[in-house]
Design a protein around this ligand. Sequence first.
Ligand SMILES: [Zn+2]
Length: 307
Amino acid sequence: MESTTTNIHISHCSVCGSTKFAPSVSCVDYLATKEVFEIQKCITCGFAFTQDFPSEDVIGKYYDAPAYVSHSDTKKGIVNTLYHWARKRALKSKSGIVKEYAAKKSGTLLDIGSGTGYFLNKMKACKWIVTGVEKSDNARLFAKQKFDLDCQPSQYLYEIPSKAKDVITMWHVLEHLEHLNKVMAHLHNILKDDGTLIIALPNKNSLDALHYKEYWAAYDVPRHLWHFSPSDFNALADKHGFEVVATKPMHFDAFYISMLSEKNKGTFLGSIIGLIRGGIFFLRGLSDTERSSSLTYILKKKQQKTT
Ligand SMILES: [Zn+2]
């Protein structure tokens, strides 16, 4: 068997450009391969990243796991049951965020990493003109069959003309994308001047992340390449001409992530323990947004000064 794995070595911080890194945690790919990946942290700005991650032409095998529920529609097991219940709730909260922050009641909406199309279907029902970009053939097929949505493969993103979109959403997607700065620059380009960019990310400063350390399920190496906290994400946004106008906690992620993290640790009755711990993180996170398991950032373009 030939091995053609090519790994991407990060030599400059993708946020601030610094070359000074410190080891953060070593994580196992619990989902697919059991391989170990190092997460390093930029000493200058605090941004963290999976070092030497597989490049996008070979990373497919790391997504090739039956347990990868993001693209599944099965209802087996307590984790999946919770996931599907949470998805329903999350759909409501996502459409609520669009309603609250978009400059218009309807318009053009692009969802990057649209998966099986549940969110787009919801927004279509709210009279938005929706477009999805999704790299998985199976997920696009599912979206077509279930919702009659014509989602596009990845390369379509770069065919979108300037200032075409009123709203762009990325729900737990940016942390998967190899070309972080290229994507952020392109999003600034294709968003209208009064447009709204909505990006949800795991929070490496969350209570659950600090508790579980290398077992924290949202490190999810090597599928998650970038590991953000509010401060380093704000720095990335600023660098690309965006202002973060609001940060919303996604409290319910604490349950799902804690259950998976207990499973990573090999805890006896991990789902139950994770549910209880998740509940504690959930309650503590209510009063401390910056410690919430996941955060949704709402971004607007910085207005150009005309002085
Ligand atoms: Zn940095």
